[in-house]
Design a binder for this molecule. Structure first.
Ligand code: GSH
Length: 221
């Protein structure tokens, strides 16, 4: 059970399988912000590449993102949840994506990270699924409304600090930023001055921009 993921930390190869979706962007941005080198493998959802046997062998559920860690002398280690990939990136890059363990700042960052995962992103994704059927469109609108309401409540988080969970950039900023980008309807930015400043600040980070372009095609090997 205590087996380490990587046998030799200097001899590690990371592959990120994904496409241009929110969950894949969050994983790629976390790897970029952590300063981890990784190769991209495009899995074109429109061409149903995620349903091909080769990909299903990595993730039986046929979903992206998937991260494969290959380390010399060890068998490949596969993670198939965006949030687990983000937490892995935080764990191997101390001080970059989460404050130090056993601190109030870390507990706050995890609280806010999970707030966006469960209260903003999850209902938004459920609404996306529901809106495709005529008889569930009303339910979709309800969930979209709940997601947006929780998203704009971040205005309060940002009244006292430059980042979602305090003075440092954390995983919570990645989750919040990517869902703010994708939210439909968009937040009323004019009424959210703190959030707007934060949104622009995050948008200027080069690692965030590299992550958002990870699946453009040029990087895939
Ligand atoms: N909980 C998973 C969700 C993964 C997921 O639903 N991925 C979507 C793209 S964002 C997907 O692969 N959809 C293709 C499908 O469901 O067929 C995560 O966070 O990684």
């Amino acid at each position: 059970l205590s087996e380490e993921i990587c046998c030799g930390a200097d001899d590690v190869g990371i592959r990120l399988y994904g496409h241009k979706t929110g969950n894949c962007f969050r994983a790629a941005i976390a790897l970029e912000e952590a300063g981890l080198a990784y190769q991209v493998r495009l899995v074109d959802l429109r061409q149903k590449q995620h349903k091909q046997p080769e990909f299903l062998a990595l993730n039986r559920r046929g979903r992206v993102p998937v991260m494969v860690i290959r380390s010399h002398g060890c068998s490949d280690f596969v993670l198939a949840q965006s949030n687990a990939i983000m937490l892995y990136a935080a764990e191997v890059s101390p001080g970059k994506l989460l404050p130090a363990p056993n601190t109030k700042a870390r507990a706050r960052a995890l609280e806010r990270f999970l707030y966006f995962v469960t209260d903003v992103i999850a209902p938004n994704h459920a609404a996306f699924t529901l809106k495709s059927a005529a008889d569930t469109r009303e339910s979709a609108a309800l969930l979209r409304g709940r997601s947006l309401e929780a998203l704009v409540a971040a205005e309060e988080f940002l009244a006292e600090s430059p980042y979602i969970a305090g003075d440092e950039f954390t995983l919570a900023d990645i989750s919040a930023y990517t869902i703010a980008m994708a939210s439909e309807p968009a937040p009323e930015w004019a009424a959210l001055p703190n959030m707007l400043r934060w949104y622009q600040r995050i948008g200027e980070r080069s690692a965030v921009n590299r992550g958002l372009h990870a699946f453009d095609g040029s990087r895939s090997a």
